[in-house]
Ligand binder design. Structure first.
Ligand code: E4P
Length: 216
């Protein structure tokens, strides 16, 4: 499974990219606003920090302006994936951009039928929002499983990008349900490496090494 980092904070992206564990980045208008930096400037910098796809989202809601904003974003760097909302106009814009070989990430997906439409519209990625479904007591993982079945039934190449990931458990369950990608906040990615028994075991090994004079 690929890991994208879900942030517009370039310092955090740089730190994680250097580990070699990150395959791309996703942003959204809220994350860009939080960075406090101009949109194009921050996307351009992020695109230089990874060779993988960097999702940059339009803010228009009508077909023509979404296509125009999508082209502007795609011109920033070769690895931009234009993020479009899962609306009727968003699906039309997805098809128009995909036909021009521009990668599209269709976002704000909350149902399997929405995901089916996004695949038919030529999306490179579909982003089901796990955490926001959990917030309203709907099992987000069931949605990932449903989309996996539908895409496999028809050999759609659209990648399932599990989004709105809030916990290590979300990452594990997304991987088990067959998501192609998980986009994960930096603190959650770092937390995946932690286990209290790892810490305890390491402390015991180091104490024994010191006691026994073990040196490498
Ligand atoms: C990523 O593409 C999404 O914008 C992001 O994962 C949303 O996460 P949230 O629901 O925690 O805001």
């Amino acid at each position: 499974m690929k890991f994208f980092v879900d942030t517009a904070d370039t310092a955090e992206i740089k730190e994680l990219a250097e580990t070699g564990l990150i395959d791309g980045v996703t942003t959204n208008p809220s994350l860009v606003a939080k960075s406090g930096r101009p949109f194009k400037e921050v996307i351009e910098e992020i695109c230089g920090l990874t060779n993988g796809p960097v999702s940059a989202e339009v803010v228009a809601t009508d077909f023509e302006t979404m296509v125009s904003e999508g082209k502007t974003l795609a011109a920033i760097a070769d690895n931009v994936a234009v993020k479009l909302p899962l609306t009727w106009d968003g699906l039309r814009a997805c098809r128009a951009l995909a036909d021009q070989d521009i990668a599209v990430n269709v976002t704000l997906c909350f149902s399997a039928n929405q995901a089916l439409l996004a695949a038919k519209a030529g999306a490179a990625f579909i982003s089901p929002f796990i955490g926001r479904l959990d917030d309203i007591n709907i099992d987000g993982m069931e949605l990932i499983s449903e989309i996996r079945i539908i895409y496999d039934n028809y050999l759609f190449e659209t990648e399932i990008l599990a989004a709105s990931i809030r916990s290590a458990n979300h990452v594990k369950l997304s991987a088990m349900a067959g998501a192609d990608v998980a986009t994960v906040p930096p603190n959650v990615i770092k937390g995946l490496a932690s286990h209290p028994l790892t810490d305890k075991g390491l402390a015991a090994f180091l104490a024994d090494a010191e006691k026994g004079g073990v040196k490498v």
